[in-house]
Design a protein around this ligand. Structure first.
Ligand code: ZN
Length: 135
């Protein structure tokens, strides 16, 4: 079951500059930056209400976010929904014929389990499903 909107991810190329913009110009609460090895990105997390804005910069040009930036430049990369049971959600989406990028959970930021659904399945929007770490 989908519980809520968890975050909106924005692909950026200059992380330091964008962190300043979101923290100092927008005034959002900055929660820190972490590297997500599996996705080859650095993620800077900002809190606004109970939703996060995640600035996402590639650590390698040959990565999904690196290719996105090369093709389209900075911009909204994906939206993420929090789910209570990622494996059950993936199974349900597969049964409904959605185009899954990951059929198995991957490791995301904050030790969450994540999986991506192809933009073809959601009006051109890349969708992430995220099950939070229970620790
Ligand atoms: Zn995300």
């Amino acid at each position: 079951m989908i519980k809520k909107l968890d975050h909106i991810a924005i692909a950026v190329s200059n992380m330091d500059e964008e962190i300043k913009r979101y923290r100092d110009v927008l005034g959002l609460e900055y929660c820190g930056t972490e590297e997500v090895l599996g996705q080859k990105v650095m993620v800077a997390i900002f809190r606004i209400g109970d939703v996060n804005i995640e600035l996402t910069a590639p650590t390698e040009a040959d990565s999904p976010v690196g290719k996105f930036l090369e093709k389209r430049g900075s911009g909204i990369h994906h939206i993420a929904y929090e789910v209570d049971d990622l494996e059950a959600q993936l199974k349900d989406f597969q049964e409904k014929g959605l185009n899954l990028i990951h059929k198995e959970p991957q490791e995301g930021a904050e030790n969450a389990k994540i999986a991506f659904v192809h933009p073809k399945s959601f009006s051109g929007v890349l969708v992430e499903l995220k099950e939070k770490c229970q620790k």
